[in-house]
Design a protein around this ligand. Structure first.
Ligand SMILES: [Zn+2]
Length: 305
């Protein structure tokens, strides 16, 4: 199952199913990418929760819709710390959607995120630094616990951002938190300690297996290198020893995900899978099965619906 993908307006359900069939992917999480294009931004987005739910109604075996959190409303410092009209509306809508049984999670929350430009013309210009332990994130964490709905959070594990994530986890041990991109590219040692301390914390490996020269993905020091980044594989796609040991030891806490983020990226969907299969082939059959499929099936299957 592809746990980390985004949904955009101009990608049809039929095209997605075709891409998944060509790649041998049975099921996909859809995280709607609401961001549109603007004077500075080219997102190729404009997806919506309604679109995701509609795709899942037509292909219930193939799609797992999430309530999308890449929204222009959330690109504002003001919305996080105190209730606003907008934040109350978003919380109420999200609660209703999760209660409806049509949505299985929330994400991707963009907290600490670096801007990038890709060779396909995508321009994501916002240098985001929003607080994980804010009123609004704590409210969503309550929703996660109440509905047993995972919340996928993008937060590069820089010291200040990590401290805030830990405070969120401490205050909300019942929330199901998926800290995307291998806990924001944390070290194997740090992730191991976090998993021990927080039983409801997971990591997705969104984009973490693509590496080598020219790779525009979180598997490398892209789009910006910081001292706090730790990779999962080397340039050849070989698992680094400490990460391999972690994936084996805690294989029940990880999810695989391609992280196709923009509509034009789906044309190349089939090109992602050989690297995933190569990386998973370096693990035991049980660990590979957990990461590729079983963990996600267990998580979504256990939802009260
Ligand atoms: Zn992300």
């Amino acid at each position: 199952m592809d746990f980390h993908t985004h949904l955009q307006r101009r990608v049809s359900a039929e095209d997605l199913v075709g891409h998944m069939d060509a790649a041998g992917v049975p099921r996909m999480v859809l995280m709607p990418l609401y961001y549109g294009d603007g004077p500075r931004a080219v997102n190729d987005g404009e997806g919506s929760d309604e679109q995701a739910a509609e795709y899942a109604r037509r292909y219930p075996e193939r799609f797992v819709p999430f309530v999308g959190m890449q929204r222009p409303d959330l690109l504002s410092d003001a919305i996080w710390w105190h209730p606003t009209t907008q934040s109350r509306w978003l919380v109420q809508q999200t609660d209703a959607k999760l209660r409806s049984g049509e949505f299985f999670g929330m994400g991707e929350f963009m907290l600490r995120f670096c801007p990038y430009t890709t060779r396909f013309g995508i321009v994501a210009p916002s240098d985001m630094d929003y607080p994980a332990d804010s009123y609004l994130m704590r409210t969503f964490a309550d929703l996660s616990a109440r509905h047993h709905a995972p919340m996928v959070i993008h937060c590069e594990a820089e010291p200040k951002a990590t401290d805030a994530m830990v405070r969120l986890l401490e205050k909300h041990p019942e929330a199901i938190v998926v800290w995307a991109h291998n806990c924001g590219r944390s070290s194997a040692q740090a992730i191991r300690a976090l998993f021990t301390r927080f039983p409801n914390l997971y990591a997705d490996l969104g984009g973490m297996v693509y590496s080598g020269p020219g790779a525009e993905a979180y598997g490398g020091y892209w789009p910006r290198r910081t001292p706090w980044m730790h990779l999962v594989v080397n340039d050849m796609g070989t698992l680094l020893p400490e990460m391999k040991a972690l994936l084996e030891a805690r294989s029940n806490r990880f999810f695989a995900g391609t992280d196709v983020a923009h509509a034009r990226g789906y044309e190349f969907y089939f090109t992602h899978l050989p690297r995933w299969r190569y990386v998973l082939s370096q693990l035991s059959a049980q660990a590979a099965h957990n990461i590729a499929l079983a963990n996600a099936t267990r998580l979504f299957g256990s939802a009260p619906r």
